[in-house]
Design a binder for this molecule. Structure first.
Ligand code: SAM
Length: 207
């Protein structure tokens, strides 16, 4: 967990406890469900928790705001972000029920009162949110059609989609026709893993 403290030095005792608990819980569920590649589990804090928190290097979710995590799988990036922003409401969705069950159990074990998790396809959601986050779900063009109408009308300049992606995204962004801003995680994190990793920000107002 040292790596989390290094990049997020202001974590409270409770947040540090939550990350340690999440580490234990996640490993347990991963044995059963393969939530992330087995080979990655040794680097859970770096490749999954710190990666998820990359979004917090580019946006601060205000208290009382609401965030949708689409295709959350085993709760990434939603659970680490919910620990970091305890005053923000997170709704984590995935089409696969057993993953959502694991997320519900993990959130309950940690006592995260700002997390709800639901088995539902993104296309079927009707609620509105201030922000959408995601990692590794679908190409931007497809993904954006699922969530384009999921935003509350009163958003500000920071409202929109924060999508964790890797590699060369030029073609993918061009294909989507969206105005996107890219943030390099290597500007924040020194580890080699983050060399090609980015946060793609697509603002709500995208005309
Ligand atoms: C590669 S996994 C990524 C999981 C997690 N975000 C992570 O980074 O570890 C993609 C997830 O997206 C979910 N998914 C794909 N299409 C979806 C849709 N239309 N609605 C909801 N979930 C979807 C899948 O069930 C799967 O759990």
């Amino acid at each position: 967990m040292d790596i989390l403290n290094r990049y997020f030095p202001d974590l409270t005792d409770q947040q540090q406890r939550h990350f340690a608990q999440l580490d234990t819980e996640f490993r347990g569920w991963n044995e059963r469900l393969n939530l992330v590649a087995r080979t990655d589990v040794d680097n859970l804090a770096e490749r999954h928790f710190l990666h998820s928190l990359g979004i917090a290097k580019v946006v601060q979710f205000p208290a009382g705001s609401s965030v949708l995590d689409v295709g959350t799988g085993g709760g990434l990036p939603g659970l680490p972000l919910a620990i970091l922003f305890p005053e923000t409401k997170f709704h984590l969705v995935d089409s696969i029920g057993k993953k959502i069950h694991a997320v519900q159990e993990m959130a309950a074990a940690l006592g995260l009162h700002n997390v709800t998790a639901e088995q539902i396809r993104a296309e079927q959601l009707r609620t509105k949110y201030d922000y959408v986050v995601s990692r590794a779900v679908a190409r931007l063009a497809t993904f954006h059609t699922w969530i384009a109408h999921r935003y509350k009308p009163q958003g500000d300049a920071t409202s929109g989609l924060y999508y964790l992606k890797g590699g060369d995204l030029t073609e993918e962004i061009e294909e989507s026709g969206l105005k996107a801003r890219l943030f390099d995680l290597s500007d924040f994190y020194a580890e080699e893993f983050f060399e090609t990793k980015k946060v793609v920000f697509v603002p709500v107002t995208n005309k």
